[in-house]
Design a binder for this molecule. Sequence first.
Ligand code: GDP
Ligand code: MG
Length: 175
Amino acid sequence: ENQQEKIDYVFKVVVIGDSAVGKTQILSRFTKNEFCFDSKSTIGVEFQTRSVTIKTKVIKAQIWDTAGQERYRAVTSAYYRGALGAMLVYDITKRQSFDHVARWVEELRAHADNSIVIMLVGNKADLLDHRAVPTEDALEFAEDQGLFFAETSALSGDNVDKAFFKLLEEIYGVL
Ligand code: GDP
Ligand code: MG
């Protein structure tokens, strides 16, 4: 990437969802095009960045990963502060991770800005034989709650860029 490039906007995006759904790998796929098979669980709050061009504007996405604090209510409000977008991730093979999505939406409504754009992400879409969450269930929930929705695979890379670009475009659109 060109270091000299002029940045028009910095968008803070938070990645949330239950532990082990693939948040860190989705982030690594989007920012480095990498997938790490033996990644340790995340320690400490960290963010990664990637600059993208949307409608001639250079947007630096500053994407925050949780500190392995994915237990309900363990993520602090500082994490959400200033966030314009959220990737709310569940694992399509783990029903419980989808059942908890409503709690994560509550957390966002409580701590994040009202205008935050939320993308619901069903990850591990490569594990179709183990699917436990029908696409229609997630779509229905997303429509009810006014969320965008995508199924991704951090492993294959399927839909990861598309989901992030959609989120960033929507944020840009609501600026
Ligand atoms: P986090 O706790 O939500 O950050 O989850 P991680 O990113 O650490 O991933 C948890 C586990 O799921 C790791 O063993 C990853 O290798 C695996 N994983 C993450 N994304 C995918 C995916 O898209 N497909 C498959 N098959 N495994 C994945
Ligand atoms: Mg992690």
